[in-house]
Design a protein. Structure first.
Length: 341
C-alpha cells in the first residue's frame, strides 16, 4: 500500500483511535463525518498494510511490578543486524532501536526483578556473538509514555467528542489480575480492537464476561490501549534519543515540564549519571538543535550530555517494523506472565 494512498481522513482516523482505541465505528463515524462502514473499511486497509495498529501495554497501576532496563549495545562490525534480529525475537524485549554513535543498538527489555535483569544481561545479551560491549540502566520513573503522543489531524470539537466516548480511567489500589486477565492482556496486545466475540472465544469465557473484564482492566489502569502508526506517515519521520543529567531535587519538575513538549514521545528517569532519557519525534533532524535549545531554556537545571539519531526502530512493543516503520511481523509479549499480582 503506497503512502500516497493515505489521505487526511486516514490520518484523522488514526488520531481518533489514539484518543479512543476501542470506540465503535459508529462513534468514529460521527466524529469523522463518515459512515461506519467506510470507517471500518479504512481501518482494515491501514491495518492490513501494517500502517497502523492498536495494541495493549501494562498500565500505570502495574509499573511497580516489573523492571524496565535500557541497554546500549556496541556491536562488532557486520553483526548489528543479527543481534537486532535475535533480540527482537525475545519476549522480554519491548523495543530495539538502531542508533548513530558508538552504541549502535538501544534495547528496552522488561523483567520481573533486578536479579532477573542481571541474569538477562549476563546470560543473554553478554553471550550474543558479536556483542563487543554493553551498558545498562534501569528506569526508575516513567513521566511520559509514547501512548500520550498524538497526531494533530482532528479539530478540537472532534477530539472532544471522542474523549467523551472513551472510558474514564482511575488508578485502583490493590487491583489484581488472574489467569483469565493475563489471557485478555495477550489477546489485546495482539489486537487491541479484537471483537468481544473473538476475545471470549479465544479466552474460553462468555462475551459478557469478556466485556466486563476488559472494561475493569482498562478503567483501573492495569492495562492501557494505544494506537500506533508507521512513523513515516506521521509528519514527524525522524527520531532522536537524548540523555540528560538532572539534579535529583529538580527531576520531578523538570520531567513534568518536558512531557508537555509536543515532540517528546518518551520521558523517563534512569539510574546512572545520565539520569533522564527523552525519545523525540522530529519533522527533520535539522530541528534537533532548536529542540535542544528549547529544552535547555525551559529547564535550567538540565544538562544534555549525549544524543543519537534513530536510524531504524526494529521492534516496537512486539511489532517488527520495516525501514518505513510498517508492521511486518509480531512477537507475543511475556509481560502478561508477570502480572499475577
Amino acid at each position: 500500500m503506497p503512502h500516497d494512498s493515505v489521505d487526511e481522513k486516514d490520518l484523522e482516523l488514526i488520531h481518533a483511535l489514539q484518543l479512543s482505541p476501542r470506540a465503535s465505528w459508529a462513534q468514529m463515524a460521527g466524529a469523522l463525518a463518515l459512515d461506519p462502514v467506510t470507517v471500518a473499511r479504512r481501518w482494515e486497509r491501514l491495518a492490513e498494510a501494517g500502517l497502523a495498529w492498536v495494541t495493549c501495554v501494562a498500565g500505570t497501576a502495574l509499573h511497580s511490578e516489573f523492571c524496565m532496563v535500557y541497554i546500549e549495545i556496541d556491536c562488532v562490525p557486520g553483526r548489528l543486524d543479527d543481534i537486532a534480529t535475535a533480540l527482537s525475537a525475545e519476549p522480554h524485549v519491548r523495543y530495539v532501536h538502531h542508533l548513530t554513535g558508538m552504541y549502535g543498538l538501544l534495547v528496552v527489555a522488561t523483567l520481573r526483578t533486578s536479579a532477573e535483569v542481571s541474569a538477562y544481561l549476563r546470560g543473554t545479551v553478554g553471550q550474543l556473538s558479536g556483542v563487543r560491549a554493553y551498558r545498562a540502566e534501569i528506569r526508575t520513573v516513567g513521566y511520559g509514555e509514547p501512548s500520550r503522543w498524538r497526531l494533530r489531524s482532528l479539530e478540537r470539537s472532534q477530539r472532544r467528542a471522542l474523549e467523551l466516548a472513551s472510558t474514564p480511567s482511575t488508578t485502583v489500589g490493590g487491583a489484581r489480575m488472574d489467569a483469565v486477565d493475563r489471557k485478555l492482556f495477550r489477546l489485546l496486545h495482539e489486537d487491541g480492537r479484537m471483537s468481544y466475540t473473538a476475545i471470549a472465544d479465544r479466552a474460553g469465557i462468555s462475551e459478557p464476561t469478556a466485556r466486563r473484564r476488559v472494561k475493569r482492566l482498562l478503567t483501573s489502569r492495569l492495562l492501557r490501549l494505544r494506537c500506533e502508526m508507521a512513523q513515516s506517515l506521521s509528519g514527524w519521520p525522524h527520531s532522536a534519543v537524548l540523555w540528560a543529567s538532572v539534579a535529583p531535587q529538580h527531576m520531578e519538575s523538570t520531567a513534568r515540564s518536558l512531557t508537555a513538549l509536543p515532540d517528546v514521545r518518551l520521558c523517563c528517569a534512569l539510574t546512572g549519571e545520565r539520569n533522564l532519557l527523552l525519545m523525540v519525534w522530529l519533522r527533520s533532524l535539522g530541528n534537533l538543535p532548536q529542540l535542544e535549545a528549547t529544552i535547555t531554556e525551559r529547564c535550567r537545571n538540565l544538562s544534555i550530555v549525549d544524543r543519537a539519531a534513530c536510524l531504524h526502530t526494529v521492534n516496537q512493543m512486539g511489532r517488527l517494523l520495516d525501514s518505513d516503520g510498517r508492521s511486518v511481523g509480531y512477537v507475543p509479549s511475556n509481560v502478561g506472565d508477570f502480572l499475577d499480582v
